[in-house]
Design a binder for this molecule. Sequence first.
Ligand SMILES: Nc1ncnc2c1ncn2[C@@H]1O[C@H](COP(=O)(O)OP(=O)(O)OP(=O)(O)O)[C@@H](O)[C@H]1O
Ligand SMILES: Nc1ccn([C@H]2C[C@H](O)[C@@H](COP(=O)(O)O)O2)c(=O)n1
Length: 232
Amino acid sequence: METVAPSAVIVAIDGPSGTGKSSTSKAVAAKLGLRYLDTGAQYRAITWWMITNGVDTDDPQAVALAAGKPAIVSGTDPHAPTITVDGVDAAAPIRTREVTAKVSAVSAVPEVRTLITALQRSIAAEETGGIVVEGRDIGTTVLPDADLKVFLTASAEARAARRSGELRGQEAAGLAATREALIKRDAADSGRKTSPLAKAADAVEVDTTELTLDQVIECIVTLVEEKRAVRS
Ligand SMILES: Nc1ncnc2c1ncn2[C@@H]1O[C@H](COP(=O)(O)OP(=O)(O)OP(=O)(O)O)[C@@H](O)[C@H]1O
Ligand SMILES: Nc1ccn([C@H]2C[C@H](O)[C@@H](COP(=O)(O)O)O2)c(=O)n1
């Protein structure tokens, strides 16, 4: 029987857009010597492939037919996570406004979710030293047996302010427009039929509205250490 080191925890971090999942998950994984998987990047990658290959992202049948074609590879080093599609570095193009606007429709297609969920599970299984996986349905669907599940929240105002801060000096979207876009994407992600954005019944909810990023990281590191202590 394979022995699993007590440090090899699987951590699922879910929550709406802009709650701090990526920043927190990367930092927690780096601090604790775990790997890191950004599942949103995978849905963005398949969306980018659909756009660049002329697939109508509003046509679920066309998306379903093409879903198996792109080869998506995620690198899980929390210090330098990577994502490639058919061997091409997709880290920058998956962050465009066009991909952000279309990713909810593509990720709602059941065939897409089946393929990407299988990919996520295989990555988590390969990382025997432990991994932090962040997304929308990790605790509910992808890794329901995760050792620790966290559901991050924050007010729409706080999330919009964080996102506007990121955009300053680039395409400076107004605060109100950013807030509306976040709310619209969350509604689409929460309202889809297949594995919607949802808090697992056994997840710890952390409201980050009034917390600094460092405070959120510290909170989750403590939660992971408590789990490790119980297991050792
Ligand atoms: N507690 C916090 N306080 C202030 N800023 C924060 C906090 N957490 C995250 N941020 C900032 O908010 C922005 C969004 O964070 P991040 O990308 O980690 O969120 P996310 O939940 O992964 O979003 P998405 O789901 O859209 O990818 C980043 O600029 C990040 O630095
Ligand atoms: N587990 C996941 C992760 C992401 N998605 C979809 C829904 C999001 O709007 C989109 C982009 O995610 P982000 O990069 O903003 O974290 O991907 C999902 O359906 N399930």
